[in-house]
Write a protein that binds this ligand. Structure first.
Ligand code: NAD
Length: 502
């Protein structure tokens, strides 16, 4: 497979990607013939045209997943056979990684090298899930007396609705789907409408790898239409959702009518706590990387720097200096570190957060504006003089906007870290073991990095406290989330009669 050599000037003549809906093993147009177009946020060129699903298509997809679960081979296959298919998916992802990465960059706006790393990391998740497919097991109790044997089974939960956002489209579907499949579930998948291409490409990989018809169905379409049916339909057993806290909360509320199991990965306002005794260069670098990676459009972005008062002035000055050298621009150009903002709506949201921070008394010490010209780019932005009550200290911006707050003691730092409604991740920077561990143990977040930031491994669970979500993805229990637990309570030998005691 060739490396991508695509440039912006090729886009005017490049044929847009054509995507259909994957329903019951076949690529089809929408029942009503509806289409959805995507323009590149970095170049404003048409890059993809999709069949756009509506309610009828969604109902067909759910029916196919239901039939595949109730009567199809996938839930009944040996774990070893499911593992073989998942490994094949991983191999095919790696074979096609350049084409998938190119699609991701064109739709999302992130630099091509970062897309490529995302696709490779995703293949690793499919490989890891394959190991879990062979390891999923229940439990047994041989300690319940002579006449009793207890066996606890793990049963695939059924049909899973998988709904994903636009910031890491391929990675996030790969945090969910292989684990649901490893457990023996079937699925209906809906990527965010602005970044559907890589998930549609995954659909062809699933077919080529031998996933049976109906086991995975893929719908391109609007959240308010397709997503709504996927959240409310009685034939769906579980909702696995990644997206904003607001949409996630509404989805949980709607799903409650059919009492579905939910797994929710939502927003964050993640603090990096920088103590005076930190490894200086590493902490400065992490502050910059943590907020500008993926243009700050990460649930895990380090969007709050909490810096100890004694070093605050010097530390912030260095962060600002390095921020000035971050390369923002065309994501197809090698060496660019920050690409385009993915949607016009997100651009407006970011700018309005910057404006309201200023209105509330904070200082925009660097950047703060949209960069003029074609494509949706924004300047790396540092906001200082932030206090914990300000919206910029509490609300997710989802852009390259760093809010700087200061503290004096370890207790202050922890208190500040825990002062939002979120609890997804945090980092602690100190060379003192006690400081690191005290902070790490008391911070309410699903992941705490110590002297590093934004690293992830398939083995390590990921998810949030409070309004950052419900449940955990990845790790060795990831497949268990997609199961029901069934107890077999077995009686051996004659049973004492209740009605006529012997
Ligand atoms: P979003 O909530 O707007 O959309 C997420 C998905 O939900 C999309 O596929 C969308 O079409 C769908 N959707 C929208 N309305 C719906 C409805 N009424 N019913 C069902 N589905 C609906 O989020 P986004 O803007 O795509 O992504 C950004 C958000 O995702 C940020 O808040 C970010 O923090 C969060 N996120 C969280 C994680 C995590 O793992 N915690 C990872 C990535 C992104």
């Amino acid at each position: 497979m060739k490396n991508s050599s695509l440039t912006a000037s090729d886009l005017a003549t490049r044929a847009p990607f054509h995507g259909q809906l994957l329903i019951d093993g076949a690529w089809v147009e929408a029942v009503d013939g509806s289409k959805l177009e995507r323009r590149s946020p970095a170049h404003d060129q048409l890059v993809a045209v999709y069949a756009q699903a509506g309610v009828a298509d969604t109902e067909k997809a759910i029916a196919a997943a239901r039939k595949a679960f109730d009567h199809g081979p996938w839930p009944r296959m040996k774990g070893a056979d499911r593992a073989r298919v998942l490994r094949k998916v991983a191999d095919l992802i790696l074979e096609r990684k350049h084409a998938i990465a190119e699609m991701e960059t064109l739709e999302n706006g992130k630099p091509l090298a970062q897309s490529l790393a995302e696709i490779e990391g995703s293949a690793d998740l499919w490989q890891y899930a394959a190991t879990l497919a062979r390891n999923l097991h229940g439990d047994s109790y041989n300690t319940l007396g002579e006449s009793t044997l207890g066996v606890v089974l793990r049963d695939p939960i059924g049909v899973v609705s998988v709904i994903t956002p636009w910031n890491f489209p391929f990675l996030i579907v790969s945090q969910k789907l292989p684990f649901a499949l490893a457990a023996g579930c079937t699925a209906v998948v809906k990527p965010a409408e602005v970044t559907s291409g890589s998930t549609v490409m995954l659909g062809q990989i699933l077919i080529d790898a031998g996933v049976p018809p109906g086991a995975v169905n893929i719908l391109v379409g609007r959240g308010s239409v397709v997503g709504d049916v996927m959240v409310t339909h009685e034939d769906v057993d579980m909702l696995s959702f990644t997206g904003s806290t607001a949409v996630g909360k509404a989805a949980v509320a709607k799903s409650a009518a059919t009492l579905k199991k939910v797994s929710m990965e939502l927003g964050g306002k993640n603090p990096q706590i920088v103590f005076a005794d930190c490894d200086w260069d590493a902490a400065v670098d992490a502050a910059v990387y943590g907020i500008y990676f993926n243009a700050g459009q990460c649930c895990n972005s380090g969007s709050r720097i909490l810096v100890q008062e004694t070093i605050a002035k010097k530390f912030v000055a260095e962060v600002i200096e390095r921020s000035k050298h971050v390369k923002v621009g065309d994501p197809l150009v090698a060496g660019v570190q920050v690409g385009a903002i993915t949607t016009e709506k997100q651009m407006e949201t970011i700018l309005s957060h910057i404006n309201s921070a200023q209105a509330q008394g904070a200082t925009v010490a660097l950047g703060g504006s949209r960069i003029a010209g074609t494509g949706m780019y924004i300047e790396p932005t540092v906001v200082t003089g932030v206090t914990r009550e300000m919206a910029i200290a509490r609300e997710e911006v989802f852009g390259p906007v760093l809010a700087v707050l200061t503290f004096n003691t370890v207790d202050d730092a922890i208190d500040l870290a825990n002062s939002t409604l979120y609890g997804l991740s945090a980092a602690v920077w100190s060379q003192d073991f006690s400081t690191c561990m005290t902070a790490a143990r008391r911070i309410k977040a699903g992941t705490v990095w110590i002297n590093t930031f934004l690293e992830g491994h398939a083995e390590l669970p990921f998810g949030g406290y409070h309004e950052s979500g419900i449940g955990r993805e990845l790790g060795r229990f990831a497949t268990e989330d997609y199961t029901e637990t069934k107890t077999l309570h077995m009686h051996l030998g004659p049973r004492t009669d209740w009605y006529l005691p012997r």
